[in-house]
Design a protein around this ligand. Structure first.
Ligand code: HEM
Length: 401
């Protein structure tokens, strides 16, 4: 069988990228072609199953015998800080299974369904235009990350959740610490505590004085503790701006490096939807994978996985699998990319995906339409990538127009 376990020491998580900052690490691409279920080693000397193929990733994420609950022994942590978080924080549905997961998620599904988000498009467009107006007024060049890519989703999620945007310097810096693999565990713990205190205070206030925001209605529910509401608020706040912000900036860079694709985005009305799917697929910003732990023995495509063994689903390579995406190493915004796993798959598939899609479609379409001369303001080689962060992207993106 082609799934031959390698020596875990040969394949590390995380692995370094090759020459192209948009491509997954060459070692993972090689695993995709030779052994889509294979052993790999983690920072703490432990090992896990690295799953790189599209069919195999799908099989794991659709199977309840692979748990998302990090309290199970054997759950793979990507850094000491990630382990610290789980031992201290109140678990949210991202890291719960079965009925516990469903109970929390159900409280929010109505707020993130396509219909709700579609009704928000005029508001998102207004935020995108206002933010772009401010960036343009500041003059060329500008850092696209701090002037556009980060404020847009941050303003949108604050509006939706009912979090005061004035506090953005506070919660953005703490979010960065939470997602940084290189941060010492103590710093991650401190960031977690400070954000939790902030959200507990905010949800407590909303519980006493309910409002119509997502957190306001959550806090007013009798069937949820304040601890849980605050933890869910933290998850939504962090997931709601870091991911979309990095997709916007890295997506812009990808389009600037593939000018024929940017030209198509400008020229073809209605292509923005497909372009965003293709960028999500090609860039796969949840680049260190989606972690699970087997809670029963499972045969995965011929490979026996034992209860208690960790599994990491590499959505980045699954999204390049030639069986599903022929010529998938090329960015082609006209391609049908809908089967990508950038938002995960199965019961934990991203709750915020309708929102992320609407934001990305509006932000990228508007940016390239309003600034037809948009270009890099620094040499391409000088750009710094978020290799040590859970969510991939660029630290800054100096642009001119
Ligand atoms: C789950 C990616 C935007 C909220 C996930 C998962 C992925 C993902 C891969 C699955 C994790 C797992 O199975 O363990 C992304 C990407 C985004 C994005 C690439 C943007 C481009 C957002 C936004 C929100 C959000 C804007 C905010 C509101 C969540 C939540 C979950 C989740 C709450 C947990 C769902 C569950 O466990 O049932 N996301 N996400 N995400 N995402 Fe997103």
């Amino acid at each position: 069988h082609r799934a031959t376990p390698t020596d875990p020491a040969d394949l590390a998580v995380p692995a370094s990228r090759g020459g192209c900052p948009f491509d997954p690490p060459p070692a993972y691409e090689q695993a995709l072609h030779t052994a889509p279920v294979t052993r790999a080693g983690l920072w703490d000397g432990s090992s896990l199953w690295l799953v790189t193929g599209h069919a195999q990733v799908r099989a794991v994420l659709a199977d309840q015998r692979f748990s998302a609950d990090a309290r199970h022994p054997g759950f793979p942590f990507l850094s000491p800080g990630r382990r610290e978080l789980v031992t201290r924080a109140t678990p949210t549905f991202l890291r719960l299974d079965g009925a516990e997961h469903a109970r929390q998620r159900r409280m929010l599904t109505g707020d993130f369904i396509v219909k709700r988000i579609e009704a928000m498009r005029p508001e998102i467009q207004r935020i995108v235009d206002d933010t772009l107006d401010r960036m343009i007024a500041g003059g060329s060049p500008a850092d696209l990350v701090s002037a556009f890519a980060l404020p847009v989703p941050s303003l949108v999620i604050c509006h939706l959740l009912g979090v005061p945007y004035e506090d953005h310097t506070f919660f953005q810096s703490r979010s960065t610490a939470l997602l940084d693999l290189a941060a010492p565990a103590e710093d991650v713990g401190v960031a977690q505590r400070e954000l939790t205190d902030y959200l507990r205070e905010l949800t407590g206030r909303k519980r006493r004085h309910p409002d119509e925001s997502v957190l306001g209605r959550l806090a007013a529910r009798p069937d949820i503790t304040l601890e849980e509401a605050a933890a869910m608020g933290l998850l939504l706040l962090v997931a709601g701006h870091e991911t979309t912000a990095n997709m916007t900036a890295l997506g812009t860079l990808a389009l600037l490096r593939n000018p024929e694709q940017a030209a198509r985005l400008r020229a073809e009305p209605g292509i923005a939807k497909g372009a965003v799917e293709e960028l999500l697929r090609w860039l796969s910003i949840v680049h260190l994978g989606v972690p699970r732990v087997a809670v029963e023995d499972v045969d995965l495509d011929g490979t026996p996985i034992r209860a208690g063994e960790g599994v990491l689903c590499m959505v980045s390579t699954a999204n390049r699998d030639p069986e599903v995406f022929p010529g998938g190493d090329r960015l082609d915004i006209g391609r049908d990319a809908r089967r990508h796993f950038a938002f995960g798959f199965g019961v934990h598939q991203c709750l915020g995906q309708p929102l992320a899609r609407a934001e990305l479609q509006i932000a990228l379409e508007t940016l390239f339409r309003r600034l037809p001369e948009l270009r890099l303001a620094v040499p391409y080689e000088s750009i710094r990538y978020r290799t040590d962060m859970i969510v991939y992207g660029v630290h800054e993106l100096p642009v001119a127009w």
